[in-house]
Design a protein around this ligand. Structure first.
Ligand SMILES: [Zn+2]
Ligand SMILES: [Zn+2]
Length: 333
């Protein structure tokens, strides 16, 4: 099969012909129908996440058709269409796993990082960590739901916790890319007002946010027309943390939703005072998928996707790095 392979970090992926992977016990073999591109893929390729298996096939938002079953797999049938997310496996017996918080398991394995992912014609996945994909979504439209949507939704629920979004519900989104363009649809559906913050001068992203129902869109350094009740930071820029705390009211919450962020500059305790809180979101649980994917179908969420053929994964990563498109990039082998 053809695959785009990361042989060394900080180098472009290379197209190789490799052997078709055979499913082990508990695994399924999938023909990849589409695979979304995520900022985390950039962090893996660029060396900001430091422990990938090498050589590696990246890609962790996989829509695939089951082509073979390993031993002991009863959950799926050959021919079924399923989704493979970032969380590719966990130990199943530590305190986190037993408490349905497998996203924090120390022995978790991640798709397209410690396991081969979806920038290939075929892949393997642990059967118990895959999700059914609602039929109404096309392959390309469904792919970004698996990380941008799912981890974004986990961040959104965390922002809404502790009543932060109950009273005057204004949600700020810092970075308006794949995740924010999905989350704004959930927030608007639930009656929340949304302010979108983008890189300075990124008028395309600001117009895109307004077209999806943002009430205000501006540069991340700008003061919004009202204080936020909660903010989610999707962009990997540490300086956004004090900026977001400055725009959140007392009792509000700032959630950092990325897996990597540049260093957070020192800031005055005044910004946190007043029972503001700051937290991060790590990975996803299977429950997140079971909650979010049916919700995405019920709304329904519309994803805006840019399709790239397998051979153009490097171009897609470059375009994401430079912010050359709005919405989400998807690779179709
Ligand atoms: Zn991701
Ligand atoms: Zn565990």
């Amino acid at each position: 099969m053809r695959a785009m392979i990361l042989e060394r970090q900080r180098q472009p992926l290379v197209m190789r012909d490799v052997a078709l992977p055979r499913p082990g016990a508990g695994e399924v073999q999938l023909q990849v129908l589409a695979c979304g591109i995520c900022r985390t893929d950039l962090h893996v390729v660029d060396g900001e996440l430091s422990e990938p298996k090498l050589p590696l096939i990246p890609g962790h938002q996989i829509i695939g058709r089951v082509t073979a079953l390993g031993e002991n797999v009863t959950r799926w049938r050959v021919g079924e269409r399923i989704g493979v997310p970032w969380l590719g496996g966990s130990c199943g017996h530590c305190g986190f796993c037993r408490g349905h918080r497998e996203n924090l398991c120390d022995w978790a394995r991640y798709t397209g990082y410690q396991r081969n992912g979806g920038f290939a014609e075929y892949t393997l996945a642990a059967a118990d960590y895959c999700f059914p994909i609602p039929e109404m979504f096309g392959d390309e439209q469904a792919a970004p739901l698996l990380c941008a949507g799912l981890i974004g939704y986990r961040a959104y629920r965390m922002a809404a916790e502790a009543g932060a979004l109950d009273e005057v519900p204004i949600l700020g989104l810092y970075g308006f890319g794949a995740a924010a363009h999905i989350l704004i649809q959930v927030a608007r559906h639930e009656g929340r007002r949304v302010f979108a913050f983008t890189r300075a001068g990124d008028e395309a992203a600001q117009r895109f946010a307004l077209s999806l129902g943002a009430e205000w869109a501006g540069d991340s350094g700008q003061a919004p027309p009202a204080l936020l009740d909660a903010a989610i930071i999707f962009a990997p820029a540490g300086e956004l943390v004090p900026q977001a705390l400055r725009t959140v009211r007392k009792g509000g919450r700032v959630v950092c939703a990325g897996i990597h962020m540049s260093e957070i500059p020192a800031f005055s305790y005044d910004l946190l005072w007043g029972e503001r809180s700051l937290c991060s979101v790590a990975n996803l649980t299977r429950h997140d998928g079971e909650a979010f994917l049916p919700l995405a179908a019920a709304l329904p969420i519309a994803t805006k996707v840019h399709i790239y053929p397998l051979a153009q994964v490097n171009q897609a990563l470059d375009d994401l790095r430079a912010g050359r498109f709005t919405g989400a990039a998807v690779v179709v082998p």
